[in-house]
Design a protein around this ligand. Structure first.
Ligand code: SAM
Length: 213
């Protein structure tokens, strides 16, 4: 994601603690209380400008959505969408996914979305890929027994790497689409990157992987 620095972003985020949760560690094991319902908790890692998350929140009022984004300058765009929509079932975290287990208790999360994650193509950066086994072990800990990961990308190498990494770790591949937009998947909600890259003619890959039994 090309980053335009917005020096005011951190202050704006701090002004909306009802939307961007300032102390996610304090909510660990208590997210259902915060949302005020027992609906499933879905987490998008690397939520970017928040189009997917807010559309999902609007379409599924009975579910809860939490978006995690590293960069304040990106997250403010997601915050703007949340302010405008006022969705009570969507929250944002300005945080790094490597701290996931500090934010969520074991089994607290029903689904993790990895949408157009940075591919980090160089071998020396492999550990930064969000489907590296180091991250998969965090996902395994926070996911419910039947919890799963939904992944989309236009990067074939990253997709192949992810399929192998997920399978080797013990996640069970429940669905694989090699061309999402020409598949029978219904109700797909597009992300910002998905719109941009599919308009360029790129093929979109998708898979669903269930937590190791
Ligand atoms: N998901 C969005 C989409 O599909 O339009 C954004 C995709 S963008 C390529 C990847 C995003 O993931 C960036 O905004 C980046 O800052 C964020 N990101 C990368 N690594 C992260 C991490 N470890 N924790 C939280 N966010 C991360």
């Amino acid at each position: 994601m090309r980053l335009r620095n917005k020096p005011w972003a951190k202050d704006k985020i701090a002004a909306y603690p009802q939307h961007v949760i300032p102390d996610p560690e304090a909510q660990r094991g208590r997210w259902h209380e915060l949302f005020g319902n027992d609906g499933p908790i879905h987490v998008e890692i690397g939520t970017g400008k928040g189009k997917f998350l807010t559309e999902m929140g609007r379409l599924h009022p009975d579910m809860n959505f939490i978006g995690i984004e590293l960069y304040p300058s990106v997250l403010v765009s997601a915050l703007d969408k949340l302010i405008e929509s006022g969705l009570p079932n969507v929250k944002l975290l300005n945080a790094n996914a490597k701290d996931l287990t500090a934010f969520f208790a074991e089994g607290e999360v029903a689904r993790i979305y990895l949408n157009f994650s940075d591919p980090w193509p160089k071998k020396r950066h492999e550990k930064r890929r969000l489907t590296h086994r180091g991250f998969l072990s965090l996902y395994e800990r926070v996911l419910a027994e039947d919890g799963d990961i939904h992944l989309k990308t236009d990067n074939q190498s990253f997709f192949e790497y992810s399929l192998v990494s997920l399978s080797q770790y013990g996640f069970v591949l429940a669905a694989v689409q090699l061309d999402l937009h020409r598949s029978d998947v219904v109700g797909n909600v597009m992300t910002e990157y998905e719109e941009k890259f599919s308009l360029k003619g790129n093929r979109i890959y998708r898979c669903e992987a269930v937590r190791p039994p």
